[in-house]
Design a binder for this molecule. Structure first.
Ligand code: NZQ
Ligand code: ZN
Length: 386
């Protein structure tokens, strides 16, 4: 097992009715920025629950954070925070709102131009504003990790940043919020979480036995509940298991002591930046093709995944690995995921050129767990996805 440090200070408050605890989690004299997205929290009663729980607080609202949050939008909030001397931010929303708030938290006191946080990928180690979250969409794990992804409109770049100072202080995860999600968002959540596990699991055989078993358990649970929770999002048993799987998939735990890949996400982010394809849907396109192109270096783990997660009885490594990819593709399809870029845009012919050029400019020439996902491999993966 590789050496590791596990640091996760998030107070995760899980279950029905937990939004009412907000006043125990935010200091009574705090000046709060309440940040949210396009308005779903007004339709499902979450806004009322939050404001009821925070009666008497000094609250400024900032709405309109878009899916795939924009740097330009978030900077408007940063100005308000500075102007009003706000000292606590509450994110109420999905991954986009939480990521936007992480950026606000880092940018407010940043010494320099905040765009550098993204373009120079500065690790945020301190000097942040405290924030908490009320999660309304299980998917990204952002509620219990210290990463964030922001899109810069001007340059059409979708870039991630993070660091130990941008963990939420607390996250309230009430699975009843799942009930109001459109089916497409539930499907996205299942596939995003599934791929998060795959990025940290589907590498090469190693000695971290427990990490593998936890990863396999999350994958199996997502397979078991995914199609049902998309149909019955109000079912509490399904919704609560879905929510906990998503958090566990990317709260750092299964990543400790193991090699990780993340190239599916890196390529997927470009597809969102170019064509505004939902994050999870980019992963469903790229993931299986990445497993095909990188087959030789991933086949042992693919076979293990096939045998343990899909109960494939084939013992030949190559055959079991191929079968495992096909099972994955079938699952993604059952979860409503299109498998090709051309299903989203007719204008895809130069996609591979664009992405390869960008990765080369950024120096991303050796991605993946072995550093062997080179620009040529990226091209092959993207072209296979047309
Ligand atoms: O904006 P509102 O009106 O709230 O509507 C949202 C949005 O349109 C809606 N929604 C959220 N909760 C709802 C709801 N609708 C009804 N009922 C509810 N309870 O859902 C839509 C999508 O929301 P969004 O926050 O964009 O989705 P998601 O949570 O999937 O977040 C995606 C973003 O997270 C990034 C992605 O790249 C993308 O920008 N990621 C963040 C990660 C992280 N911080 O660790 C890791 C991920 O890999 C990912 O990259
Ligand atoms: Zn993701």
């Amino acid at each position: 097992m590789l050496n590791f440090e596990l640091y996760n200070p998030v107070n995760l408050v899980f279950g029905k009715g937990q939004i009412a605890k907000l006043s125990k989690l935010i200091p009574a004299d705090a000046k709060v920025l309440l940040a949210y997205g396009g308005g779903s929290i007004f339709n499902n009663g979450v806004h009322t629950q939050v404001t009821d729980a925070l009666k008497g607080y000094d609250i400024t609202e900032f709405g309109g954070i878009e899916p795939n949050p924009r740097y330009e939008t978030v900077m408007k909030a940063v100005e308000i925070v500075r102007e009003k001397e706000i000292n606590f931010i509450l994110a109420v929303g999905g991954g986009s709102v939480i990521d936007a708030v992480k950026f606000m938290s880092a940018a407010v006191k940043f010494d320099g131009d905040p765009i550098d946080i993204l373009q120079k990928r500065i690790r945020i180690e301190g000097n942040t504003l405290p924030f908490g979250t009320v999660l309304t969409l299980p998917a990204t794990g952002s509620e219990m990790n210290s990463g964030s992804v922001i899109t810069i409109n001007k340059t059409q770049e979708k870039l991630s940043f993070g660091g130990p100072a941008v963990f939420p202080q607390f996250s309230i995860c009430d699975p009843t919020v799942v009930a109001s999600l459109p089916k497409r968002q539930v499907q996205n959540g299942v596939i995003d979480a599934f791929t998060h596990v795959m990025e940290q699991y589907l590498t090469y055989p190693h000695d971290a036995m427990l990490q593998d078993r936890i990863a396999e358990g999350i994958l199996q649970t997502l397979i078991e509940i995914g199609p049902d929770v998309a149909e019955n999002p109000a079912d509490y048993k399904l919704a609560s298991n879905f929510m906990w799987c998503c958090t566990m998939a990317l709260n750092g735990l299964i990543q400790k002591g193991v090699p990780t890949d993340w190239a599916t996400h890196m390529i997927g982010h470009e597809l969102t930046a170019l064509y505004e394809i939902d994050h999870a849907r980019t992963l469903a396109i790229i993931g299986p093709n990445l497993y095909r192109v990188m087959f030789d270096t991933k086949k042992e783990k693919l076979a293990q995944y096939g045998q343990r997660v899909w109960n494939i009885t084939e013992t030949d490594t190559d055959k079991a690995a191929h079968e495992a990819i096909e099972k994955t593709v079938a699952f993604f399809k059952a979860m409503g995921m299109p498998s090709r870029i051309s299903e989203y845009t007719a204008d895809y012919a130069s996609t591979a050129d664009f992405i390869v050029k960008r990765f080369e400019e950024r120096g991303w020439k050796a991605m993946g767990e072995r550093g062997n996902i080179t620009p040529d491999k990226v091209r092959e993966i993207v072209e296979m996805s047309y």
